[in-house]
Design a protein around this ligand. Structure first.
Ligand code: ADP
Ligand code: ADP
Length: 239
């Protein structure tokens, strides 16, 4: 039961030095409720692949099917629905957010944009429920992200990503900026949420050890291509 299928996906960038083949014919699928780890050195095209799947970037060529729907051919209304079903968690969830937004505003924003709350009371309740879900104390509801440590900031990023009840999440280096001890806590949270909510993950990292115990399958990228794909078990088997 494949939730996502990607066929011969390409993303080229025009740069002053010529055409850069950031993603150059990548094919893979992810089973519903599973995790595909995508690994490879910096610059090999992992992030770009994730962003093209979510249509944060337009693909140059190739096909993307999400629950059988052809993602590159959706109309505006279908795209809004897709934006609810697919989310992304970034390494630094606040790089692109207004630093003057509080925790409550950050988590509540997708609910307002997608008109999922009719009034303030309802919004506050949903925000508090999401904070519970990710293990954030409600004392922090009016805090600013810069007042919190990295682990709590990433929990805000996860809560925001969960606000619209997505099915699929691109996790783009979600623990790479965190202390190793905090990495384990955030990874455990993500694993628990996956089981509880039936989420499917595409988990991007340059650090193989991060996805070793987490992924069902691992795809290795090199210079824009997918050069190896194996079950986590096979990739780490002893000779
Ligand atoms: P990774 O996530 O594996 O580190 P990226 O997908 O971020 O790799 O980048 C792949 C390649 O595409 C890199 O060479 C990067 O510099 C380039 N790239 C990414 N985004 C752009 C862009 N908007 N314009 C030009 N080049 C880009
Ligand atoms: P990440 O590792 O999260 O992808 P980056 O620093 O690689 O973060 O990219 C941040 C933003 O800059 C992304 O939107 C990416 O597409 C863009 N970008 C990355 N590399 C380049 C590049 N060589 N030229 C222009 N834009 C780029």
């Amino acid at each position: 039961n494949k939730i996502l299928e990607v066929k011969n996906l390409k993303k080229y960038f025009n740069t002053p030095k010529g055409t850069l083949h950031a993603v150059d014919g990548v094919t893979f699928a992810i089973e519903k409720g599973k995790t595909l780890g995508v690994v490879g050195e910096s610059g090999c095209g992992k992030s770009t692949t994730g962003r093209v799947i979510l249509r944060l970037l337009e693909a140059t060529d190739g096909e993307i099917y999400f629950e059988g729907k052809n993602v590159r051919e959706l109309d505006k209304k279908e795209m809004i629905k897709l934006r609810e079903e697919m989310q992304i968690i970034f390494q630094d969830p606040f790089a692109s957010l207004n630093p003057r937004m509080t925790v409550s505003e950050i988590i509540g924003e997708p609910l307002l944009i997608h008109k999922k709350c009719t009034n303030k009371v309802d919004l506050q309740k949903k925000v508090k429920d999401l904070m519970d879900t990710v293990g954030l104390s409600q004392r922090l509801i009016n805090a600013y992200p810069h007042e919190l440590d990295g682990g709590r900031r990433q929990r805000i990023g996860i809560a925001r990503a969960l606000a619209l009840n997505p099915k699929f999440i691109v996790c783009d280096e979600p623990v790479s900026a965190l202390d190793v001890s905090i990495q384990a806590q955030v990874l455990n949270l993500m694993k628990d949420l996956q089981e509880e909510l039936g989420l499917t993950y595409m988990f991007i990292t340059h650090d193989l050890s991060v996805v070793k115990h987490f992924s069902d399958e691992i795809a290795v990228m090199y210079l824009g291509e997918l050069v190896e794909k194996a079950s986590a078990k096979d990739l780490f088997k002893n000779p």
